[in-house]
Design a protein around this ligand. Sequence first.
Ligand code: GLP
Length: 240
Amino acid sequence: MKIISAHSTIEAVDIVSSLILEKLIERPSSIIGLATGKTMVPVYSKLATKVSETKPNLDQAFFFMLDEYLGLPLNHSSSFRSYIKKHFILPLGLRESQVSFPPVDEGDAAGIYEQDIKRKGGIDLQLLGIGQNGHVGFNEPGSAADSKTRIIQLSPETLEANKDQFKEIVPSHALSMGIGTIKESRQLIMLATGKSKADVIKYLINHHDDPSCPATYLKSHPHFTLVLDPDAASKINLNI
Ligand code: GLP
């Protein structure tokens, strides 16, 4: 695991958006996995600014969503589909057909999604946030290291952390790429910002393959970069 400890949140966001842009320029037909959450909002905004300045050709790029809530009507404002349209597709000037959303309304949604990712040749770069309880995507504590895309019951901690996303409907389940699915990506970039992530980052640094903190399973990935802002890094000692 490579750790990049940024001097500010702005710098951390800038680093991650640059890594995504570099990948898209290096390989215009890149397949990128997208995460949601508050952490990614400034990353996508910065990426949109860089794209408008450098004007790379994004026509061949393709994107897979990491996860999605179940039980929300299509295009509900709390869905990750709506989030990604607002924060990513529109600002970057992409076609909606360039993003694959988990087919949550279909019977074997999980199996279909796994097959879709394989058919596209796998994910080149998967962007990740981290939950305060160590979840990645919606792989809650207790998830297996080789888990595949599946429906997962959301933990009370996750519902509490995400409560400002919900309006009249509070989802109880989500469909998420599994830890095994995520680890099949050729490169992983995780961004953690803010004091609320300091404890889980400390735990992540000090533990390996720990089912109570699924993010620890990612540390054995050969190309895993963890980018931290000063608050998220405030409980770890990067000099030892
Ligand atoms: C959500 C998403 C994750 C995200 C995490 C952190 O539940 N499923 O993909 O990384 O929580 O979110 P935030 O960036 O809002 O802290």
